[in-house]
Every structure is written in structure tokens, then in C-alpha cells.
Design a protein around this ligand. Sequence first.
Ligand code: CP
Length: 310
Amino acid sequence: MSADIKHLIDWKYWDDGEIVEILDLARRVKHYRWEYQGRMQGNTLVMIFQKTSTRTRVSFEAGMTEMGGHAINLDWMATNFTLSKVRFETRYLGRNAAIIMARLKDNRDLLEMERASTVPVINGCCNLYHPCQALADVLTIAEDRPEGVEGARLTYIGVYNNVVNSLVSIAAPLGVHLTLVCPIREPASVDEESRKKLLDRGLLTETLDAGEAVAEADYVYTDTWLDMELFNDPDYAAEKEKRSGIMMPYQITASLLAGSRAKIMHDMPIHPGYEIAEDMIEHEQSIIYDQAENRLDAQKAIMMRLLNRL
Ligand code: CP
């Protein structure tokens, strides 16, 4: 692998200035969408999925189409990644593709892909990080907040997971204050390095008092209580029930948000009746669909930055 290839595994590996710049780029891409048509002409994106997806798949493919490039979608199980080593198959991909986006279950496979790749690799969500989602999230806050993202107070209520790790790593350079209400926090799921960085900058509060956290919030964000690939797995039914028991008092409901003007965020897919009550999904304070739409502009900005098509 060439040392000068830029990848996106998580924002923690990018400089603060680079993160500020990519948010600016994503804002410009959204505001002047037509100016970026044709920017990817002649380039192929290979997307490879070990897990299901709606938004990541659609937004990367639509983003490539709108910028004049092409996207190939690969279902992991239908490829020869199942037969060989990640590094050999990845080496081949770089002979045909300009850029790779991979949604892999295990961050270690993603890092092997990164090491082997001769083209930029984007993490489309692994067990530890979801950086593309985090960029769309801060873009949504930036759009909603004319004074800028710095100083915004974002409260996340849910399980400490890959989405949280990437929110933590993108929040620090942007000056976003994060309050985490995470009754379930498995040590193996927490990126302590990013957490400590946010803590050291005075931008992290951790509490189990959801009411207090909401009262101080500009944005209230939630996510699934169980990893997406396990949600409907009968082998995880007992774990789902256990987590639901712990998490139900932390569901986003009208009574939790009573008196709050905080906007409601969710990265989707939504599990109504679990992490969020159904009536809150399209509530007047919800910006969930704007947030999901912004995956498109975030992906475009990421691909342009990594391929230097600025
Ligand atoms: N938020 C998100 O990554 O959506 P998908 O799993 O549908 O891609």
C-alpha cells in the first residue's frame, strides 16, 4: 500500500483541520449540488457489503451517479472474498476500481483491506466505527444551526456503539458538546482514545439522567439497541429482551422531550417502539429524514476528498 493513499476508517485518524475542511466541503456540495456533476466521470466505486444496508448503499450509488461515475455493488457472500484472503481480493479490486467502500462486520478485516489496498478505502460501517454517518450527522446540525456547529449540544441516548465512537471522534475537532446517556456500554465497543480526547477538551458529559441530558440539549439522538445484523436473529432473542428491559426507560418519547425544543435525530433504520416511540419519528422536532438525506452529500464529499477531485 502506498503511504500517500488517504483512507477513511474513522475520523480519529484524520487531523482536526481535515475534519473542519470536509464538513465545509459537504456543506458546499449540498448547497451547490449541480456544480459537482461530472466530478467523478470515468471513476468506478466498488461497494462491498457483509451486512444489509439501505442508506449507505443508495447514497453512495446515487452520489456516484450524480457526479458522473459508476458504482458496482457486491454482496460479500456472492464474491470470492468468501474463498480467499481479504488482502488478495482487495489488491485485485484496486486494478479496476478507483475507490472502495466496505461495510464489514469486523474492523480487523477492514484494516487488512486498508493495508492491502492500492486505492482509497471508506468504512461503510464496521463493528467499531460509522464515520460516514457521523459526517452526515454534523452536516445536519450545521444546516440547522446558522451560528455553526461549534457549541452545539448533542445528547445521545442509547447503547454505546460504533455510531457513538465516530460521533465522539468527529465532535472533538468541531467543538460539538456531546452528552452520552449510555446505560449499556461494553468495554470492547468503546474507543477510549477518542473518548479521552473529547473529555480532555471539556466537550464530553456522561450521565444516566436522560431528563437532565435532554433539558440541556439542542439535539437528541438515538440508535438501535442491538447491532443491525442481530436484531431479527433468533439466537439473540434473549439478548434483545435483556437490552430492551434495560433500555426501555431511555426510549425517546413525548414525555421525555416535554418542554424541550431539541431536534430529534436517528441514523436509521428505526425500530419503532424500541429506541424511539413511533409518534416521535415524524414529530415536528424530528430532523431524521434530513439527516438521512445528508448521507448523499457526505458520501460525495468523502469520495471527492479521497480522490482529490476538489
Ligand atoms: N444509517 C445507515 O448506515 O443506514 P443503512 O444501514 O441502511 O445503510
